[in-house]
Design a protein around this ligand. Sequence first.
Ligand code: SF4
Length: 295
Amino acid sequence: MYNKCTLCPRECKVNRTNGQIGFCGASDKMEVGRAALHHWEEPSISGKNGSGTVFFAHCTLGCVYCQNISISRRHSKSIVVDENRLAEIFLELQQKNAHNINLVTATHYTFGVCKAIELAKQNGLCIPVLLNCGGYEKTETIKLFNKKIDIYLPDFKYYSSYYSEKYSNAVDYLEICEKAIDEMVKQTGKPNFNKDDILQKGTVIRHLMLPNMLSDTKQVLRRIAENWGDNVLVSLMRQYTPFNMANFPELDRKITDEEYNEAIEYFEMLGLSGYLQESEAATESFIPAFNAHVR
Ligand code: SF4
């Protein structure tokens, strides 16, 4: 299944089963950088117990400002797990009272991840399963997750193809992302919460604000309002923290209060609902330490 890989819009067509690797850098063996309770997702996802988060190594986007760079890059190495071990990890996180299983950047391992979800459900997994991704996903791949994923948490990073090409090497990001989110919303329907206000079903679109890109942020918010309105929740994030941005000096600072406040005003004017962040979010403590432990 990974022998002529077209899982993501890059469509590298490499044979991942015999050592070839494509843009993402992933072989056919699933690699996990960290699996643990995570308390810094949106309140309806982390709740008081935490979200059972599994961070997969490698990524199909390769953003220059990546906040998870130690595991996302092409040559990064993490712990290899098979479907059985991954299913066990899901069940261990459930045992620790996680509110959900949160699969971060998993679509380049779609087949193994889907199998692990099936195995875990056969063995008692009953909390919602959430797919947390960069938004640059093929609709055909998202369809493979139908009925396995309860909550989608896609990024909607850019409106302008200038920025999406420059910072994520994905000139067609907008078109691909909108089609993928259409499919996600179709699968999940409107957000649905349990009695403790923990999300059980739905799509939450994240937008990470970047410095000097307020007008792009506004266009993204406008498209979200036009396309999906109150069928989705929106998380407007200001936690961007620059690392080694010498080649991109325009990205070498945090988001200012002025930028964020203006974005909030626009968010409210559009009638969006969802989540906003305090300024303290822009610290390294929001970024998980990737020590490759899976327990
Ligand atoms: S998942 Fe990886 S190998 Fe497959 S098409 Fe995408 S970038 Fe290429």
